[in-house]
Design a protein around this ligand. Structure first.
Ligand SMILES: Nc1ncnc2c1ncn2[C@@H]1O[C@H](COP(=O)(O)OP(=O)(O)OP(=O)(O)O)[C@@H](O)[C@H]1O
Ligand SMILES: [Mg+2]
Length: 456
């Protein structure tokens, strides 16, 4: 909010308008004065005002219409209605539609000044309240990135370093590595942290719906567009826009997004006038973007714009030292959340986790621990609390209560895989370790592969 608030005054009567403008300017408000409802409407659709002071009866676009638009587009603003045709009914209507006050002409200027000051005070208090609430929420909602891996730590350092700049960031990494977590971290560490953080999963919408969500639309832009709708790009203005799964954007949407990034303005569907926006875009993908560009899935110019800095998050299997740390962190989180009394994780469990390759990365580890917490009835998460798949990671599978004993053949298979994994996929070394020759190891692996292909 500007020092004393932005005020829009609308009156088709020139003298009244000038009088109001003069008095409000003198009172220190940032005043815009226009003489028709149409002009006011155009301004309301593209700018923010804290307060609208409007005449009720005007040609074409009247005060009620402006009031309605204000309620839709700027629910936080207040409206004061002025009319020369005092009628109890119109006053009631205006108040019902959410007007702050209703003044009849001829008015005394000091009366208007008083009402305006009251409305501005109400807005100020509400903003103050909201800021306090947001600060409290932000404190409770501090992003915590848990790691002790040197690569991850330097990535965090880079993130902290670029966060306060407005450069666009591309976050890449396999599913579940923490891309969204980094995006939230960037926002929190940025100077925009009090502004909105808006996350959009581009893969979650059909093409038309995504355009509508991102860009919004004018009233009557298409059949069914009964009222004007702000898009998420506009909503994110002043803050950060997180675009998840960017490669899911259609080519024409990519062109539109490029325009937003280049021009810092957005065009609602069906609009002719662009609206200024102030954005930091953070995009994420688990695809190889260079390849997406080569295949024509992603426009190269957009790729360059998004990819000012890349944060590439390594898969969990490449930073196994994080596994015990994250496991402890999630144990604590779910113990509290599930109201349990767990105090630790059995060493065999940590060993099994160390051997596992986590295709679902940190999210999968989180789920494993959450499940362990849920099913454990003791003080620790035990091997028996893990899923069968995980227990079979070990050369020896410990069956859970009531579960079938695995066959020798199943045990052999998991053991062979484990040894191979431990030896970084080196088949010659694995064959030696297992005491079989290389070709029989190869035959066994081939059988497993065929079986898993047939099953999947
Ligand atoms: N280093 C970490 N410290 C603490 N929690 C983490 C860490 N990395 C990931 N997580 C947690 O793991 C889960 C998955 O992370 P996130 O949603 O950020 O992954 P993602 O890369 O966006 O996944 P996807 O590609 O599937 O969208 C979240 O609950 C997140 O809080
Ligand atoms: Mg994600």
């Amino acid at each position: 909010m500007s020092e004393k608030g932005k005020l829009l005054i609308v009156d088709d009567e020139a003298v009244a308008l000038r009088n109001l403008e003069r008095v409000m300017n003198k009172a220190g408000y940032q005043v815009t004065a226009v003489q028709s409802g149409e002009e006011a409407l155009a301004l309301l659709e593209t700018q923010e005002f804290e307060l609208l002071l409007t005449d009720l009866r005007m040609e074409k676009v009247d005060g009620m219409r402006l009031l309605k638009t204000c309620r839709e587009l700027h629910p936080d603003s207040e409206v004061i209605m002025i009319t020369g045709y005092a009628s109890a009914q119109s006053a009631v209507d205006a108040m019902k539609q959410g007007a702050f006050y209703y003044i009849t002409k001829p008015f005394r200027l000091d009366e208007v000044r008083k009402v305006v000051a009251e409305a501005m005070e109400k807005i100020r208090l509400r903003n103050e309240n909201r800021n306090l609430k947001q600060q409290i929420e932000a404190l409770q909602d501090q992003v915590k990135i848990v790691t002790q891996d040197s690569g991850m730590l330097s990535l965090l350092g880079l993130a902290r370093q670029i966060a306060p700049t407005d450069c666009n960031v591309l976050v890449v990494g396999e599913s579940g590595t923490g891309k969204e977590l980094f995006a939230r971290y960037l926002h929190q560490q940025s100077t925009r942290h009090d502004g909105p953080y808006v996350a959009v999963n581009c893969g979650a919408f059909s093409k038309d719906l995504l355009a509508n969500e991102l860009f919004g639309h004018e009233k009557d832009a298409f059949t069914g567009a009964h009222s004007l709708k702000k898009g998420l790009i506009e909503t994110a203005s002043g803050g950060s826009l997180f675009l998840d799964e960017v490669t899911e954007m259609s080519p024409d949407m990519q062109v539109k997004l490029l325009r937003v990034i280049q021009e810092n303005e957005v065009l609602r569907l069906g609009a002719t006038q662009p609206i200024k926006v102030d954005l930091r875009v953070i995009a994420a993908t688990n695809h190889d973007l260079a390849e997406a560009v080569r295949n024509g899935v992603l426009r190269q110019d957009l790729y360059f714009r998004l990819n000012v800095v890349t944060l590439s998050i390594p898969p969990l299997a490449k930073r196994k030292g994080d596994i015990p740390l994250l496991a402890q962190y999630f144990l604590q989180k779910y113990t509290v959340q599930m109201n349990k009394t767990l105090t630790g994780i059995a060493p065999e469990v940590l060993e099994a986790l160390q051997r596992y390759d986590f295709p679902g990365n940190v999210r999968e580890l989180e789920n494993i621990i959450a499940r362990g917490c849920a099913v454990s009835s003791g003080e620790r998460i035990e091997l028996a609390n893990l899923s069968e798949e995980l227990r079979q990671q070990d050369g020896i599978t410990i069956p859970g209560k009531g579960e079938k004993f695995p066959t020798l053949e199943q045990q052999e298979r998991t053991y062979i895989r484990w040894v191979l994994n431990e030896l970084d996929g080196n088949q010659t070394a694995a064959a030696t370790a297992l005491g079989i020759n290389r070709s029989s190891l190869w035959r066994k692996l081939k059988t497993y592969e065929e079986e898993s292909n047939n099953n999947g």
